[in-house]
Design a binder for this molecule. Structure first.
Ligand SMILES: O=C(O)CCC(=O)C(=O)O
Ligand SMILES: [Fe+2]
Length: 369
């Protein structure tokens, strides 16, 4: 067993739950260990294409019948055989769609962060990349409002996307949804939405979306996570990510049960347009931190398991530790759309043990210099 697995086991013992493994994790293992499997998949697709050579991948993908997502717990591998069988065809279909029906002006606009990120936050981030100093980080800190249990540094929120950014992003997601190409459920618990990834079978692999997510992680998510949670994120703990959208409404998922993410940090960005109002569906974070000072154990009993509720404004980003327990309350009206990005280490490893202060990354390392 490697060190991370041991850390996971002791974490599970202590906390009584299991860190969720996700498809990305398994996919990476499959790429490394099972070349045979990949070959079989390619052969299967070649055969199915030969049956109907006149037909584009897009047409063929549109004719597949989607297996309906059912489970709401531990269901990340639901219908995995189906998605693995048709994964390559679906990737081809996305690539056909992306060349056949795309709006060059919108593509250019969405690929430039400056067009979608709130201007004052964008300049603070840019300035810190150019010149990584604690003074510049202070400006970024001034944009972050602590959310969740006060003073515990579990989560922060900020206004991330402009209204124009929201519109661009949603219109590209709508293009994906209305394409008729099947989409795999986003994760083990949420059933509605899609995965945004170039590799995962059944994910949306439109380059506009995958490259936007990549830039948001490398320019904003990763350095911000290192700055806000310096005790938790070291070099290599945040080198991979898994991105997906989720959706709640009366006809689809209503709520999400308490869980922790398979991530060191999570970015959760609301994608509702300003006119798309909804009611309910607040997120809450649970304060289950153990007290360091046992003299306050009496208070601790009262304080523990408190729920700190957070409601999303359009374009708002919540960034929290993956280890913080959280849930989404039932939606009462309308639809909530969010983009969630779990950030973790190589091969899906999730670092849990905190770092000693002398081992924290310095400001240049946080901002990639
Ligand atoms: O409903 C939400 O915004 C939370 C989603 C979430 O916690 C997750 O997908 O990991
Ligand atoms: Fe979560």
């Amino acid at each position: 067993k490697d060190v991370t697995e041991q850390t996971k086991d002791s974490f599970e013992e202590k906390n009584g739950y299991s860190v969720t493994k996700h498809e990305k994790n398994i996919n990476l293992q499959a790429n490394e260990n099972s070349i045979g499997l990949k070959q079989n998949m390619v052969e299967a697709n070649v055969q199915s294409r030969q049956k109907d050579e006149s037909c584009s991948a897009l047409d063929q993908a549109r004719r597949l019948e989607v297996p309906k997502a059912k489970g709401t717990i531990d269901a990340e591998f639901e219908h995995a055989d189906f998605w693995d069988e048709h994964g390559d065809l679906i990737k081809l279909a996305w690539s056909e769609l992306s060349t056949s029906n795309s709006n060059e002006t919108e593509n250019a606009a969405i690929s430039n962060l400056q067009n979608i990120i709130h201007p004052s936050f964008y300049s603070a981030v840019e300035a810190t990349h150019r010149n990584p100093t604690e003074a510049n980080e202070e400006v970024i800190w001034s944009h972050m409002k602590e959310a969740g249990p006060p003073g515990k540094s579990q989560a922060y929120k900020t206004q991330l996307l402009t209204d124009e950014g929201l519109r661009l992003l949603r219109s590209e997601l709508d293009r994906a949804t209305s394409s008729g190409i099947l989409m795999r459920r986003p994760n083990a618990m949420n059933r509605y939405g899609c995965i945004i990834d170039r590799e995962v079978n059944g994910a949306v692999s439109l380059p506009t979306l995958t490259s936007l997510v990549k830039t948001v992680v490398s320019k904003i998510g990763r350095p911000l996570g290192r700055m806000l949670f310096a005790d938790a994120v070291g070099e290599g703990d945040d080198c991979e990510y898994f991105a997906f959208t989720i959706r709640y409404n009366a006809e689809e998922d209503l709520e999400l049960k308490e869980h922790r993410d398979a991530s060191v940090i999570t970015l959760n960005i609301n994608l509702n347009l300003p006119e798309e109002t909804y009611d309910g569906s607040s997120l809450y974070l649970v304060d289950d931190e153990k007290p360091l000072d046992f003299d306050v154990a009496d208070d601790y009993e009262e304080e523990r398991n408190k729920r700190y509720s957070i409601s999303f404004d359009p374009g708002m980003m919540l960034i929290h530790r993956g280890s913080t327990q959280h849930a989404a309350l039932p939606i009462k009206e309308g639809t909530r759309h969010n983009l969630v990005i779990w950030v973790f280490g190589a091969g899906g490893d999730v670092r849990i043990a905190p770092y000693e202060k002398e081992d924290w990354l310095g400001v240049s390392e946080r901002w990639g210099k």
